[in-house]
Ligand binder design. Structure first.
Ligand SMILES: Cc1cc2nc3c(=O)[nH]c(=O)nc-3n(C[C@H](O)[C@H](O)[C@H](O)COP(=O)(O)O)c2cc1C
Length: 315
């Protein structure tokens, strides 16, 4: 089937979403009724994400981008998450009135291409309470919660969990191997970009050299120093809630991008089952899905590669 150029553009924008290790684990199916977003199990991360939770969250991010793209074209989509044998997928049916919520999504369109993750330092300075309130509201509109982690004591508790969970991750050779596998030359269209000449050394370092304790210390320090430290979560746990979390995450990130803010992910205590219950308790309950810092990057962030659209189509 020939795909309408307007829908092709929506799909291109959907593909700009963030994803764990930049795996881009989504597939799109287009028919006369609209678009379907499926997860791609061949792009899973069995060590980092054994249940596929982050894979489904990443697809949720792509769904939000699609909704924003359609809203900016004045089109409403009827969004229907469904369960198939190999996991959830989302049907987005065209030809509907978007309703009041559509106007809120429309201005986010121009932020899709500007949003970036950031792994460096942030500029110091407080983020205004008005901005924080906007972000909390954005997550709530998607059915998720977003909680700022404030106060020295609570930050310290969360930083300690990040330290312990990061050390455990880096002590696991299989986790290191999987990360190194997704470090790829920037000329590739997926993965975490590394230099063409220095990439081999960077991969080898991740596999064999980087000390777990130093990584753990650095990540904990990043949590303590972050201008804003946030947890995003859902009421209960399950694949449908992961889709919700992904849409909420992307909505928060696009709102944040309106103010020049980038995310640095500190997900380790959510990724590691041993620490997640304690994190949930420290945060006051619910199911934490993502832990991240937001701030103004102290440097230039560069776009990461994306796969060509034709590779993302499911027939
Ligand atoms: C569900 C999810 C989990 C992620 N976890 C991490 C993480 O633990 N550490 C990290 O540095 N980046 C993490 N990222 C960011 C991805 O690595 C990033 O989105 C990807 O490399 C593409 O880059 P971009 O966000 O700049 O477009 C995560 C992203 C998503 C959507």
């Amino acid at each position: 089937m020939q795909i309408d150029p307007v829908i092709r553009e929506w799909l291109r924008l959907a593909g700009q979403a963030p994803s764990s290790h930049n795996t881009q684990p989504w597939r799109f199916r287009v028919d006369r009724a609209g678009v379907e977003v499926w997860t791609d199990p061949t792009r899973s991360l069995p060590v980092n994400d054994p249940t596929g939770r982050e894979r489904i969250i990443s697809c949720g991010c792509a769904v939000l981008n699609l909704r924003v793209a359609a809203a900016a074209d004045g089109q409403g989509l009827n969004v229907r998450p469904e369960q198939a044998g190999d996991g959830p997928f989302v049907r987005l049916l065209t030809g509907h009135h978007g309703g009041a919520g559509q106007q809120d999504l429309e201005p986010l369109r121009e932020r899709i291409g500007e949003r970036r993750s950031w792994r460096g330092r942030f500029l110091t300075g407080e983020i205004s309470p008005d901005i924080v309130e906007t972000l909390v509201h954005a997550a709530r509109q998607e059915g998720a919660w977003l909680r700022p982690i404030t106060g020295d004591e609570r930050r310290e508790e969360v930083a300690n969990l990040i330290r312990a969970a990061t050390a455990a991750q880096w002590k696991n050779p299989a986790w290191r191997r999987e990360l190194a596998q997704w470090m790829r030359p920037a000329s590739r269209d997926d993965g975490l970009p590394v230099g063409r000449v220095t990439g081999g050394l960077a991969r080898w370092s991740v596999r064999h050299l980087v000390p777990a304790r130093a990584m753990a210390r650095g990540e904990a320090r990043a949590a303590q120093a972050a201008p804003l430290l946030l947890a995003l979560g859902t009421g209960i746990e399950g694949p449908m809630q992961w889709l919700t979390a992904g849409q909420a995450l992307q909505r928060v990130l696009l709102e944040a991008a309106r103010h020049g803010l980038c995310a640095r992910y500190l997900n380790q205590p959510v990724q590691q089952a041993d620490w997640r219950p304690q994190l949930a308790e420290t945060l006051g309950g619910g199911q934490p899905q993502l832990l991240f810092a937001l701030g103004l990057p102290d440097g230039t962030s560069h776009p990461t590669p994306r796969r060509p659209l034709d590779d993302l189509l499911k027939h």
